[in-house]
Write a protein that binds this ligand. Sequence first.
Ligand SMILES: NC(=O)c1ccc[n+]([C@@H]2O[C@H](COP(=O)([O-])OP(=O)(O)OC[C@H]3O[C@@H](n4cnc5c(N)ncnc54)[C@H](O)[C@@H]3O)[C@@H](O)[C@H]2O)c1
Length: 519
Amino acid sequence: MMYHLRSTAFNTLRHYSKDTKIFSDKILSESHQATSPLNFVLGKRVDAQGSSSFQLIAPATGKVLRNIPNSNEQDISEAVLAARHTFKSWSKWTGFERGKVLKTAAELIRNKVDDLAYTEVLDTGKPIWEARYDILGCADTIEYYGGLAGGIKGDFMQLSGGSFAYTVREPLGVVGGIGAWNFPFQMAAWKSAPALACGNTMVFKPSQVTPLTAVMLGEIYQRAGLPGGCYNVVQGEGETGQILCSHSDIDKVTFTGSVPTGSRIMETCAKGIKHVTLELGGKSPLIIFSDADLDNAVKGAILANFSNQGQVCSNGTRVFVEESIAEDFLAKLIERVDNMKIGDPYHEDTTVGATISSQQAQIVEGYIDNAKKEGATVVYGGERVTPSDPNLAGGIYLRPCILVNCTDDMTVVRKEVFGPVLSLLTFKSEEEVVARANDTEFGLAGGVFTRDLQRAHRVVAAMEAGSIYVNNYNVYPVGVPFGGYKKSGIGRENGEDSLNYYSQIKSVYFEGGDVECPY
Ligand SMILES: NC(=O)c1ccc[n+]([C@@H]2O[C@H](COP(=O)([O-])OP(=O)(O)OC[C@H]3O[C@@H](n4cnc5c(N)ncnc54)[C@H](O)[C@@H]3O)[C@@H](O)[C@H]2O)c1
């Protein structure tokens, strides 16, 4: 994910600069984040008690920032207990009152955007303007759910003889949230805002790779008037996530991450018959017909592959280009990608920051090597770049990679790479390309570039995916639902529909006459 705003706003933000402040704010942010406790329970930062720990490494520099203890059963029980206790009162607030808190939080996020963005870069290595963009999008999302909260309501049905029925939309209880590392603040915001709007409370576990900004969101909610215990954070690796999902007092789990972890979480939740929402991986197709506006198609392909260092779940990494324009498309694509600036993510003009970790970089490079063995050709990039600043020597910077001579059966074309690797495939007919586009276990997103309206609608109708873009890619305006078909997930986030996944319906029958009983 995820760009919420229209592209004009995107360009404005891209050039918004506070260069002179960046360095000092960055240092401040680093020192604060290196020492303060990172669990958040009952409205306060607290240290976890677990005996094992993990390292927090800044992707931009490769430097170890600190060790963080894994939250153990005791830590999780305390957080869940706090959430359960506060649920009793929070769920009785009116939707309008809950909405006011969310709207205040959105404003506080906007006021704190630089601090949040610096910290997000520390965690992720993404370019600062992208981080700022993500954070402002989250403020919009939280405000959006603040607006919806007051309108959450049930139905009324008049029945015969003076009887009637009504429904009440009630919260589920305590929600366990688990996030991935590519959009850390967004995971916390997209899950907590609809959950809180419905009257639930939450215990959120960010990815161990990016633990910092989910806690800052807790402090913002607190300042906005959210009662302590409504939103709690526990830090830890997979084992901590497992304990959270298995806790008997968790009513629902909302998860973003890979398919194998999602499958394990679903299994765990099945034992307790818990509600579950899964936002999982993808291998999405982007189809470019010969009548498309070529410049826009090239821009779309870049948005579909290379933002956030290619670490975007909805990326359209299988780029199908109609054979007759493939050569022109490739030439324009290479020219534009060659303008991308790789380096210090804190610089406003950087467009490719650091890959999240050395392990992830090795996975990406493994896919590229394997693609070459299977017959693909690297026509651009794929190699490591060493920035001139020695401070960045420990970070991993990968040049975006374009592969040609690809076939549908290659590993790189079938598996989610989660890095900046575009596979270019060609096609001859609409029927052929739609069948090939759908030939995948995933169904998160897809795109089509064409000027032919009827064809656009035909292709959209035939594509098996949860989000489809026509003549653009990876745009996520606030309010538009997001989620996957097939193995890409269950449920939807971002949009009114999300409220259905954080609430349940109570139906009430009221008898207006005497009881009719045949016995
Ligand atoms: N569909 C979406 O909205 C979306 C968005 C972003 C990322 N993703 C997907 O996320 C993946 C990359 O993220 P990742 O590497 O962090 O994924 P991951 O599955 O390795 O980890 C995700 C989270 O699950 C936790 N976890 C690991 N094992 C667990 C267990 N047994 N029980 C409970 N929690 C456990 C991790 O600690 C982490 O917080 C990609 O597949 C990407 O497509 C999907």
